[in-house]
Design a protein around this ligand. Structure first.
Ligand SMILES: [Zn+2]
Length: 291
């Protein structure tokens, strides 16, 4: 199956051409998914709904079917992405659902960045990437290694910055479509590291190198100051992963609401709160009104 009409790739290609970023929001439950789609429709913005393998493990095939139905029946383009599929088991589950049941993510991050060398990273990733492509699923890979951890992502140490001179060969040999570079970005909190210190010159080099060919994805976006978002979009980053910024206000609203209100009322309030948070990012990223 060709990737020509792949939804994640077409959303990112349009964003790059028109100079805006795409909110790739981590969702952990159905209400968050509903909230993200609501935000996208209201803002007339494309979006990427992403989950971690732990959520797929928790809720299984029917939940993925629900997410895909929900996203694909939206009145604006919303694709469904599996973030950080780091183990053979997680990849087997996700690709197996496509191969055996026809329930397909639009894109999957085949993350072998725990490998000790690029060669090992490539050899782990390639067989899975081929199977994804055969199902029309595009793939994201990480070159280098991001430190840190966040809900749904394993804790990892030993940061390795992405080497632009190796990136071309890496993308060619993996056959992947989207690059998640390591430019000093980290998962989780930057507090113990004196705040975020991304190497914007390295990010710029990579964006220029892959312009019009390979969309660049930003990971590790907790606690970033506002200028980071506009700066990275200016450089050409299109897929922007967001996790706690929208999740935490949702969780807080849901738990406070449940203390005093009937479940459906608390759920609706929390969903709406999440949707409003998502809309803020769509406006900041310049994607509002683009769909
Ligand atoms: Zn990540």
């Amino acid at each position: 199956m060709s990737l020509e009409n792949n939804l994640t790739l077409s959303i990112l290609a349009k964003a790059e051409n028109e100079g805006y970023g795409i909110l790739a929001q981590a969702c952990y439950d159905a209400s968050m998914a509903v909230g993200l789609v609501r935000a996208a429709e209201r803002a007339r913005s494309p979006a990427i709904l992403q989950i971690f393998p732990i959520t797929l493990e928790y809720a299984g095939a029917p939940f993925l079917r629900f997410l895909v139905d929900l996203a694909h029946s939206a009145s604006v383009p919303v694709s469904v992405h599996l973030d950080h599929a780091t183990t053979a088991e997680a990849l087997e589950v996700a690709i197996g659902l496509a191969e055996k049941q026809g329930i397909k993510f639009d894109s999957i991050m085949v993350d072998a960045s725990h490998a000790d060398t690029d060669e090992e990273n490539i050899s782990i990733a390639v067989p899975f990437i081929k199977r994804c492509n055969a199902q029309g699923i595009s793939t994201e890979v990480e070159l280098g290694r991001l430190e840190g951890g966040e809900a749904g992502v394993r804790e990892i140490t030993g940061e390795m910055l992405t080497d632009p001179s190796k990136a071309e060969v890496f993308m060619k040999q993996t056959g992947a479509n989207i690059l998640a570079p390591c430019v000093g970005n980290r998962h989780g909190s930057y507090k113990t590291f004196g705040g975020p210190q991304w190497k914007m010159d390295l990010l710029e080099t990579l964006c220029k190198q892959f312009k019009g060919r390979v969309p660049i994805c930003a990971h590790g976006t907790d606690e970033l100051p506002e200028h980071y978002w506009t700066d990275m979009i200016k450089l050409g980053v299109t897929k922007i992963n967001v996790n706690s910024w929208c999740r935490d206000p949702y969780a807080a609203k849901l738990s406070s609401g449940l203390a005093s209100k009937p479940f459906p009322e608390a759920q609706e309030e929390a969903t709406e709160h999440f949707a409003k948070e998502c809309e803020k990012w769509m406006k900041l990223f310049g994607s509002a009104g683009k769909a």
